[in-house]
Design a protein around this ligand. Structure first.
Ligand SMILES: [Zn+2]
Ligand SMILES: [Zn+2]
Length: 248
């Protein structure tokens, strides 16, 4: 867990999971957390959606690995890739690294994952599932031969995620977002996020009783969220911390 926050403040790194040494899920804080040699080892980044707290380090990562022999693959359903091309790597906000140093030897390559299809690389499979957020957003069931882990990405109340949880084989854990405190339910519902109370309601939609790791806290809401999660008295809920290594 490299970045467990859904916003930026001192000590709060934005959403980033390092799945293994070559594969990341989201890129809120890859360049703040990995040394340059470890950044060079990243071969692919799977992206949940185009919001800035999930892609903020992508421009700097591509700059740092510029000149590498094989492009870094940025993988996501086409609806997620389109805004990255249009609004981020557009030669206005940041250079278009899919054409640099040349089209033929580009630093990055966008790879569209067909909806309903799986993206497999490096022994890990990513199955996207559309969740309920204000822009096109996908959670992923991430599977190896041994284990499957479900990542919600940013979402308000959803059914698709829990349907996938119920049919996943070898499901070992769920990483679920929690962004705002219970007092902020209005803003959570408007921006399609969860509060501790909504987390408890979501978990009633699945029969799976695996550990649930909460992440994506908005920094100003952190203290209240931690209090309210404790008050739920659900032993399988845990707020995951930056730098925590979880093996499944
Ligand atoms: Zn977010
Ligand atoms: Zn978002």
């Amino acid at each position: 867990m490299l970045g467990p926050y859904g916003g930026s403040a001192p000590g709060c790194l934005m959403t980033t999971f390092l799945i293994n040494e070559t594969t990341a899920l989201d890129a809120g804080a890859l360049t703040e957390t990995l040394s340059i040699p470890r950044q060079r080892s990243i071969e692919r980044i799977v992206v949940t959606h185009a919001h800035f707290d999930h892609v903020a380090s992508l421009p700097f990562l591509l700059e740092n690995v510029f000149g590498r022999r094989r492009p870094v693959e940025i993988a996501a359903p086409a609806e997620v890739l389109a805004p990255l091309s249009e609004h981020l790597f557009n030669d206005a906000v940041w250079p278009d690294f899919t054409r640099l140093p040349s089209r033929r030897r580009a630093t990055a390559r966008l790879r569209a994952i067909p909806e309903g299809g799986t993206f497999s690389a490096g022994g890990v499979a990513f199955l996207p599932v559309r969740v309920n957020h204000i822009v096109p957003t996908f959670g992923y069931l991430v599977s190896t031969a041994r284990a499957s882990i479900l990542f919600s990405s940013d979402t308000g109340p959803t059914r698709a995620l829990w349907a996938l949880a119920d049919r996943a084989e070898n499901l070992k854990a769920i990483f679920l977002e929690v962004s705002f405190s219970n007092a902020q339910e209005d803003v959570a519902r408007a921006s399609k996020h969860l509060t501790p109370k909504l987390v408890a309601a979501e978990l009633r939609k699945t029969t799976r009783d695996v550990p649930v790791y909460l992440y994506h806290l908005k920094p100003p809401s952190e203290a209240a969220i931690r209090r309210e999660v404790r008050a739920l008295k659900m032993p399988r809920l845990k707020i995951v911390e930056a730098g925590e290594v979880l093996e499944f």
